[in-house]
Design a protein around this ligand. Structure first.
Ligand code: PGA
Length: 232
């Protein structure tokens, strides 16, 4: 099965990085389904560059007095296929709740976009042995009721940008929980310090349909390797 590779540039990258990505991916037969999520000013320039394009967030309203926000409708009009919602950096730095993320995911689906809903436990949750409880609560409240039309990324907060990844057995345990709850038609991604060295192991774990890559996605050489894996 084709694996997903989602590149989350966060507030990084520039037009040159898009050009470099386009030069390579437009002329390369992809073994993975690549979705690149640049900062919103670069979305337009990324369309048609040889991969699907996603945004990093959207507002739940179609339009209105929401200074600084973009709507799912606008993203769809530009040619986006996906949008990340509920990334832990949005949850923590912008006080986003599961209820708000649910509304954003629903707005995305209503506009024909595929939301990539992120969930993840903090280091405190982990130390208190509350990981499963926290994740199930996030899943139940932030995901739409539908059985298809969205993706979920498990990203332990303590693994993001730290060089630490969850162990294969922990990831398989969490992904099995998610699979049981969400069914077979929701692609399940793992994110948190994924790079060219560990991607092969991570992408081939049971119930892992792909990876969400942050820091390493800013290095084209790493992305060439990760997107070439395709799963075994
Ligand atoms: P990272 O980020 O790969 O740099 O850990 C992943 C993410 O936050 O999406």
């Amino acid at each position: 099965m084709t694996k997903y590779v989602v590149a989350n540039w966060k507030m990084n990258g520039d037009l040159n990085l898009i050009k470099d990505y386009a030069q390579f991916f437009q002329n390369h037969h992809l073994k993975s389904h690549l979705i690149v999520c640049p900062p919103s000013p670069y979305v337009w320039a990324s369309i048609g560059a040889g991969f699907d394009v996603g945004a990093q967030d959207c507002h739940f309203a179609e339009s209105g007095a929401h200074t600084g926000n973009v709507s799912a409708k606008m993203l769809k009009e530009l040619g986006c296929t996906h949008v990340i919602v509920g990334h832990s950096e949005r949850r923590l730095n912008h006080m986003e709740t599961d209820g708000l993320i649910h509304k954003k995911a629903k707005a995305a689906i209503d506009q024909g976009l595929i939301p990539i809903i992120c969930i993840g436990e903090s280091i405190e949750d982990r130390e208190n042995e509350e990981t499963e409880q926290v994740l199930m609560s996030q899943l139940k409240t932030s995901c739409p009721d539908a059985k298809t039309g969205f993706m979920v990324a498990y990203e332990p907060i303590w693994a993001i940008g730290t060089g630490k990844t969850a162990t294969p057995s922990d990831i398989e345990k969490i992904h099995e929980l998610m699979r049981t709850f969400l069914g077979d038609d929701i692609p399940l991604l793992y994110g948190g310090s994924v790079n060219a060295k560990n991607a092969y192991t991570l992408i081939n774990l049971k119930n892992v349909d792909g990876v969400l890559v942050g820091g390493a996605s800013l290095k084209l050489d790493e992305m060439k390797e990760i997107t070439d894996l395709g799963g075994s």
